[in-house]
Design a protein around this ligand. Structure first.
Ligand code: GLA
Length: 736
């Protein structure tokens, strides 16, 4: 890893073994992009731009002949200077003028990676990363912008964010401060992103980009199930295992805009950042504004290469490191078994059975504080309903601990309902627009997290429950999008800041809570995967991926999320069949296999399972306990499949000594030939024992020829292979 300036200080080359990122300062003032992609040894000015004098265009004070700003690869573009493409930065000055011009001033290298105040961000030790800080300035407007580029020692990742400082004596309004802008050369690209809806998140969309702007966004207040704050640009021929990919992901949980513009010449500009439509930040003299971090991920090894980079980054440089080495507990969640109708007897019955089957954590979901068994009441007060749970949460926790299980509790801290005592006392604490009817979502409003007193109230509620240490796990839910986005306490000039201040307020609560109770494992949730983003993952060590627990749908949902998130971050539960969301029936084995490589849990009424089913579950749990210490840290791959009737996943231990392969046959269909699946992530030089069949194969054989499966007369069938490297066999526990 290195950040090298050329002798004349005109170019800078950020590099590690995987990637290079090159910028140049033209005429001492224009900061332009030169290259991002596979690592090169050194940059000596190769590929200099040649400009053609075009009509209906602008002329510039620039030493490059015929330069057109509409074709110039600005590193951090603004609008109004002759570049008519998407701008990364826009400011309104006090005079009302909507213009600024950023000129290069200086650059320097920082060891390690700076924190971003009040925002989640990837972290690294001093020896693990280096950061380039570039200063650009508009002295007339009194604006200084610091651009940050952090390169990690390992992997093709560059983390970026910006700081804006008001160095003048006028108040300016930031209208648009994107976290990342990237220039890519004119070529054909595909645009890949994840779209969805409640209970069907993480669907892959892929299309070839056309001239003009293509964008995905959220204006729902959270990152949303509609679009993950992620997209990738890649060569049309890129597959799971080959081809170039530029992945872009945003470490943020609120409104975002992600876009790519192919200009008239085919040059491509990609950006991600806070959505400018719902953002306007007033910056007084001396104040600074920090953008959230964006991740730039380059892979020359297809989508699997991109996923491995993201998985590594999030697992070791974003998610709470105190949980890194710890096995995740196998849990039983009460939701699909009881919904709101919880009581002490049911808890006791489930916990007793759960303990016998090997479950380690019981999570009491929604219902414990509700006056009745609906979502219509009680939200905001956080008082246990003692008719359901005499003795309160304390007693319930004691009961569960008494059965030898850890205890987890569900909260939806951000919500409030009209009938709550809290609303009666503090009607102004909800987001609302005076004079207009407030909009309900799941019979709730949202608290105004931009207010300090609201944040203190929520922290006091959490303190009340967490302080005696009886709660080991919190499921933090949020079940509606933001509407009526107005704060009763913010002055007129700051109204444009509310959406972002809501997210900052949420982060402050999570930061203070996790600092005070670091041992409490938090699961993020938002009606499933509606706020599943890397911003949340900085605080919560796992996220409930979807309210849809149907195994068939989960294969697609988890495959989609696996593009960016490591399996350990994705909660996956075995539930009852027919499935509550889809009515589909799948075997208990299929449901387990679908969850097994992820964060395994159960969400079903154990008293309604047959003896046989319970003993099958006990077997699954026993098996998972043996494998999870390597599986939860494994490298995850999506294997290429011969046709769309199959999906295949593979997890391999860090030193490629052990490997689990799952192949899902969606439907029985005699039209398909039997499938052959080339495996990823093995050592081609080693031999592997397949432990079910007792056969030995070469790693190269498995990677080049692959395993095959017969056509089975069964929908949703799963084939499982388990390989152990021959040299590793002796030491490994024989558990098959
Ligand atoms: C959301 C969550 C579910 C469950 C319910 C409870 O929908 O995604 O897992 O916790 O809320 O109301």
């Amino acid at each position: 890893m290195s950040i090298l300036f050329s002798e004349d200080q005109k170019t800078v080359h950020i590099r590690n073994a995987s990637v290079s990122y090159v910028m140049e300062v033209v005429d001492g003032k224009y900061l332009v992009h030169r290259y991002f992609g596979k690592a090169i040894r050194a940059y000596r000015g190769c590929g200099e731009p040649h400009y053609f004098k075009r009509g209906y265009n602008t002329e510039h004070d620039c030493s490059i002949p015929n330069v057109s700003f509409d074709d110039f690869p600005f590193e951090y573009p603004i609008r109004g200077n002759g570049d008519f493409r998407i701008p990364a930065f826009a400011v309104t000055q006090e005079s009302g003028v909507e213009f600024t011009e950023l000129s290069f001033r200086s650059w320097k290298v920082l060891k390690g990676k700076p924190e971003i105040p009040k925002l989640p961000a990837t972290f690294a030790g001093k020896a693990e990363a280096e950061t380039l800080e570039i200063i650009c300035e508009d002295p007339a407007a009194g604006i200084r912008v610091y651009l940050y580029y952090s390169v990690f020692e390992e992997k093709g990742i560059i983390a970026r964010h910006q700081r804006v400082e008001n160095t003048g004596n006028q108040i300016v309004s930031l209208q648009n401060v994107q976290s990342l802008s990237l220039e890519l050369p004119a070529r054909d690209y595909d645009f890949l992103s994840l779209y969805g809806t409640h209970a069907k998140e993480g669907n892959i969309s892929r299309f070839s980009i056309h001239h003009g702007i293509q964008r995905i966004e959220s204006v729902r207040g959270s990152s949303s199930p509609q679009h993950q704050p992620f997209f990738a640009l890649m060569q049309p021929q890129t597959t799971e295992n080959s081809g170039e990919v530029y992945g872009i992901h945003f470490i943020y949980s609120g409104n975002f805009l992600a876009q790519a513009e192919a200009d008239q010449f085919g040059n491509v500009r990609a950006q991600i950042g806070i959505h400018p439509d719902t953002f306007c930040w007033r910056l007084a003299p001396g104040e600074v504004f920090d953008t959230p971090e964006a991740i730039l991920n380059y892979s020359s090894q297809g989508l699997n290469g991109m996923s491995r980079n993201f998985h590594w980054l999030y697992q070791y440089h974003l998610m709470p490191d105190r949980f890194q080495g710890r096995n995740r507990p196998i849990l039983l969640n009460s939701w699909e078994a009881m919904y709101y109708d919880v009581n002490l007897e049911k808890l006791e019955e489930q916990a007793e059975l759960a303990k016998k089957l090997g479950v380690e954590l019981f999570v009491l979901d929604d219902g414990w504080f509700r006056a009745d068994n609906t979502s219509r009441t009680s939200m905001g007060d956080w008082k246990c309903n003692e008719k359901k749970l005499p003795g309160g949460i304390q007693k319930a926790a004691e009961l569960i601990h008494g059965k030898g299980l850890q205890f987890g509790l569900w909260f939806e801290p951000e919500a409030i309902c009209k009938s709550s005592e809290l609303y009666q006392q503090h009607p102004d604490w909800a987001l609302q627009v005076p004079g207009y009817q407030m909009t309900e979502g799941r019979h709730e409003y949202l608290l105004d997290l931009s207010r300090q007193e609201v944040r203190e109230y929520l922290l006091s509620v959490l303190d009340f429950y967490l302080k005696d240490g009886t709660i080991d796990y919190v499921k933090w839910d949020m079940n509606r999008p933001l509407t009526d986005v107005n704060s009763m306490s913010l002055v007129r000039e700051k109204k444009g800041e509310i959406s972002h201040r809501y997210v900052l307020g949420l982060y402050e609560i999570l930061e203070r809570m996790t600092r005070k109770y670091p041992q409490v494992l938090i699961e993020g949730c938002s009606s499933g995967g509606a706020r599943f983003d890397p911003g949340m993952l900085y605080y919560v060590a796992q996220n409930w991926a979807s309210d849809n627990t149907d195994a068939f749908d989960r294969v697609q949902i988890q495959s989609g999320f696996s593009l960016i998130y490591p399996p350990i971050a994705i909660g996956s539960h075995v539930s009852i069949t027919p499935n509550h969301q889809t009515g589909r029936s799948t075997s208990l084995n299929t449901r387990y296999q679908v969850s097994r490589l992820f964060n395994l849990g159960y969400e079903l009424d154990l008293t309604k399972c047959t003896e046989e089913e319970r003993s099958e579950i006990a077997g699954q749990i026993a098996e998972h306990k043996k494998e999870r210490s390597w599986l939860q840290k494994a490298e995850f791959y999506r294997n290429e499949t011969p046709n769309e009737n199959y999906v295949s996943w593979l997890s391999t231990g860090k030193d490629k000594e052990e490997c689990l392969v799952l192949i899902f046959q969606k439907f029985f269909n005699p039209l398909y030939a039997h499938g052959r699946f080339c495996l990823n992530g093995l050592n081609p030089e080693c031999d592997y024992l397949e432990t079910f069949s007792g056969k030995i194969y070469g790693g190269d054989e498995l990677m080049e020829i692959g395993v095959s499966v017969p056509l089975i007369k069964e929908d949703f069938h799963v084939f499982t292979f388990h390989f152990v490297r021959e040299s590793h066999r002796e030491q490994s526990e024989k558990w098959y």
